[in-house]
Design a protein around this ligand. Structure first.
Ligand code: ES4
Ligand code: ZN
Length: 319
């Protein structure tokens, strides 16, 4: 059976299954460059983060209306519920949609329609985290925060994603300061493909409370010591790391070493449609490949609530 858990690293656009992509393409009159879902699935052979992102942004062309975003989120929540998810903190990439002429309000209101019904429909509480694309400019991130102002009651925090190398956290100092001043929580992808120094910079310059991925902290013992001391959660995504070649095979994933070092690790699915599994599947895969025992799995599930943005009493209730 699936342990009750929170999912803290999940890109809603990364839950777009080929079947739904084709259904939305037909509904919206969008031509996809794949004959069918089988051919699309075969295109999921990425070499690295960039080759994945190229496919990922291309497929988003099928998302147009509020109903599309609602359907996408509802499909994720239904699958997550089957896998023991009780709470989900969901990333979305407004710039990937506004760049195509889809208004930020369409994205947020569409997602919110599904999220507002999630407790009663799927037994999952939710939060929304708006991510800035780090390979876009700092000005574009500031404009995105400005455009989101009418919808801030829907948004818990901000994050930073997309191509990491060459786009260090400090590039986004100003927008993170502005987000903090608006009362938003802060997270950032760091140390996925980028170096451990990006993790340090995300903490020092952006003031983040959690690190998304953070895998490469293991290259810097002083940083590991700091993350342990300050109880900074890491939202690890082992299946993503294998598919994007951050690790060669799941059996080599540093998760057990990271847990043994005292890091506050969580396990998440990242982009489940692309990386071969939802979060319950991910727990199953790491249990098998890394020979985790039941206590370690329970620790990971417990950590997911501790690391969430739920208040303590809420987190206890969801567990
Ligand atoms: C992402 Cl795995 C990953 N890394 C960075 N940005 C992303 N956006 C969606 N998935
Ligand atoms: Zn991610």
């Amino acid at each position: 059976m699936h342990l009750p858990k929170a999912e803290l690293h999940l890109h809603i656009e990364g839950t777009l299954e080929p079947e739904l992509a084709f259904a939305l393409a037909a509904r919206n009159g969008v031509e996809l460059p794949y004959a069918d879902t089988e051919e699309l699935r075969r295109a999921y052979l990425f070499e690295d983060l960039q080759s994945f992102l190229d496919l990922y942004y291309g497929l988003m062309a099928v998302l147009h209306t509020e109903a599309d975003f609602e359907e996408l989120a509802d499909a994720y929540l239904a699958r997550a519920a089957e896998q023991g998810v009780r709470h989900a903190e969901i990333f979305f990439d407004p710039q990937a949609h506004t760049a195509r002429g889809v208004a930020i309000g369409t994205v947020i209101e569409g997602l919110a329609r599904a999220l507002d019904r999630s407790r009663e429909r799927h037994g999952i509480s939710t939060r929304l985290i708006m991510c800035f694309l780090r390979d876009e400019s700092a000005e574009s991130a500031l404009a995105t925060l400005e455009a989101a102002k009418p919808y801030l009651h829907r948004i818990t925090g901000v994050g930073l994603d997309s191509a990491e190398v060459g786009h260090p956290p400090a590039k986004f100092r100003e927008v993170y300061e502005a987000a903090a001043a608006l009362g938003l929580r802060r997270v950032a992808h760091a140390g996925e493909e980028g170096p451990a120094a990006y993790i340090t910079e995300a903490l020092d310059v952006l003031g983040v409370e959690r690190i998304d991925h953070g895998l490469r902290c293991m290259e810097d013992p002083a940083l590991v010591e700091r993350l342990v001391r300050d109880r900074v959660p890491l939202t690890l995504c082992p299946l993503s790391n294998v598919r994007l070649r951050a690790v060669d095979v799941l059996e080599d994933h540093p998760l057990p070493r990271m847990m043994a070092a005292g890091l506050l690790c969580t396990v998440n699915s990242d982009d489940p449609s692309y990386f071969g599994g939802y979060v319950g599947d991910t727990f199953h895969a790491v249990r098998e490949a890394l020979a985790l025992d039941h206590d370690q799995l329970r620790e990971l599930a417990r950590n997911s609530f501790l690391a969430s943005f739920l208040e303590e009493d809420e987190a206890l209730r969801e567990r």
